[in-house]
Design a protein around this ligand. Structure first.
Ligand SMILES: *[C@@H]1O[C@H](CO)[C@@H](O)[C@H](O)[C@H]1NC(C)=O
Ligand SMILES: *[C@@H]1O[C@H](CO)[C@@H](O)[C@H](O)[C@H]1NC(C)=O
Ligand SMILES: *[C@@H]1O[C@H](CO)[C@@H](O)[C@H](O)[C@H]1NC(C)=O
Length: 428
């Protein structure tokens, strides 16, 4: 009865068209769909509807009352269930984030769940995700945070269905692709730390990055036509020394002593890079009718938690989340997030005439800021203290342990997509 396939404007399972015939048994799939997308009881949900034969319009009126959840403000609360996976059940955890396998002794950081203020964030359901993304191609594009988020997602999905690696480029796993054959799902990751065209600093070449702010990076954007969902995640690479180009001229630089360019910082540059990227996505994929749809999500800036020097013992020593009110979002973390949110909002406005393109921020900055306990720290390497505690040790207080708090990002991602589906059911 419920068939999943390309809808007229959107490529998520198109429930709407197929459910519209007001036949009696159309009610059943509608209820099914509702329960399917919202497996946890909703404030207004009424199980009696399942057995009664109320007209579908009743369901629609009821659903109209629901307001979307604001996932951004809330608190981390203890959770006895713990993660969906571990290093044994998931084989794709990157070395540097495999904290348990590397001997991180405390486990408390695994037993927290994000509780938004006015609603609940359901536990990630891999089967729901796999259903929703049937026949879809999902791409993560950005820096190592994009990869960290992708690897969290793969591990959570692997608890239901094992992904098959079908492509990798030779160097550093920068471009990889997996398939879930039985659902015909493709998930890709593209390394592109600026999203726009860039040349990364290297030992051989100049010791600064070069960014071409008016050109999107074609290493990923050339494939734009095949994506159904694009998750973009950048930020940390903008802090490095760089020279910025726009058109034929140098716009300025960031931390480039010895080069005769104007220091312009990186905030305006991050903004331009996002603007160029989102504009390009809209130009290439925006259609008024009958276009294969694309959804674009920008994961907001992920704060790091260094306390003092990065290579000193105990660089990110916390073992519990901050509680609400204990840590405020400020400084660079706040500014990076603000720019990303503003650019997504601006892009939404400029794409308003297109009905096959949806844009949203996955606003994880604050909830991540509250998790100083979630980083590998010295456990980026196996058993760093096997020969006793040393004063100097490399620490990763930027990326997130897997499993870890970054799993929550994908729980919210799934809710965003479910919310969109629900919205499109309501609108028809
Ligand atoms: C990993 O998870 C599996 C299944 O839940 C469990 O049996 C196993 O003990 C876990 N391994 C570790 C190292 O926690
Ligand atoms: C598999 O998914 C792709 C999109 O990723 C789609 O173009 C193709 O038609 C799908 N194949 C089948 C058999 O549905
Ligand atoms: C630096 O740039 C300015 C303006 O472009 C130019 O006048 C000046 O000669 C340059 N200085 C050096 C040392 O190249």
């Amino acid at each position: 009865m419920v068939t999943f396939g390309p809808s007229k404007d959107h490529s998520y399972p198109s429930l709407t068209r197929k459910l519209l015939p007001w036949t009696f048994y159309a009610i059943i799939p509608l209820v099914f769909v509702r329960l399917y997308f919202y497996p946890c009881p909703l404030p207004h949900s009424n199980p009696i509807l399942i057995s009664s034969s109320l007209p579908p319009s009743t369901l629609e009126e009821e659903s109209a009352k629901e307001t979307p959840c604001d996932f951004t403000s809330g608190d981390w609360v203890p959770d006895k269930w713990g993660p969906l996976y571990n290093g044994t059940t998931c084989s794709t955890i990157k070395e540097g984030q495999n904290c348990i396998a590397h001997g991180r002794p405390d486990m408390g950081y695994l037993y927290w769940r994000w509780k938004p203020k006015h609603c609940n964030l359901p536990r990630f359901d891999p089967n729901t995700f796999l259903q929703l993304f049937r026949n879809k191609h999902l791409a993560f594009v950005g820096d190592s945070m994009a990869r960290n988020q992708l690897e969290s997602l793969l591990c959570m999905l692997a608890s239901a269905s094992a992904p098959e690696l079908v492509y990798r480029d030779g160097k550093d796993n920068k471009f990889r692709r997996w398939r879930f054959d039985s659902q015909n799902i493709t998930i890709s990751v593209y390394w592109s730390p600026f999203l726009v065209k860039g040349v990364e600093k290297s030992n051989a070449g100049p010791n600064h990055n070069k960014l071409y702010l008016d050109h999107v990076d074609e290493r990923w954007a050339a494939d734009m036509n095949v994506f159904d969902l694009l998750v973009l995640s950048i930020g940390h690479w903008f802090l490095h020394p760089a020279v910025y180009y726009e058109g034929d001229s140098v716009l300025g630089c960031h931390y480039c002593p010895g080069l005769n360019y104007t220091e312009i910082g990186f905030y305006g540059v991050l903004r331009k890079a996002l603007k160029t990227t989102l504009k390009t996505a809209i130009e290439r994929r925006g259609r008024v009718t009958n276009g294969k749809g694309i959804d674009v999500i920008v994961t907001t800036f992920s704060p790091s938690h260094f306390e003092g020097e990065w290579d000193k013992f105990g660089a990110c020593p916390k073992t519990e989340p901050y509680q609400e009110g204990e840590k405020s979002l400020e400084g660079m973390d706040a500014e990076m997030r603000k720019i990303e949110i503003e650019e997504i909002e601006a892009a939404k406005l400029s794409a308003i005439q297109f009905d096959n393109l949806r844009l949203e921020a996955l606003d994880v900055t604050k909830l991540s800021l509250m998790r100083p306990d979630g980083h590998p720290g010295p456990y980026m390497y196996p058993f760093p203290f096997a020969n006793g505690v040393t004063e100097r040790v490399q620490n990763d207080c930027v990326h997130w342990c897997l499993p870890g708090p970054i799993d929550t990002w994908n729980e919210i991602l799934l809710e965003l997509i479910k919310g969109w589906e629900y919205q499109s059911i309501k609108e028809e």
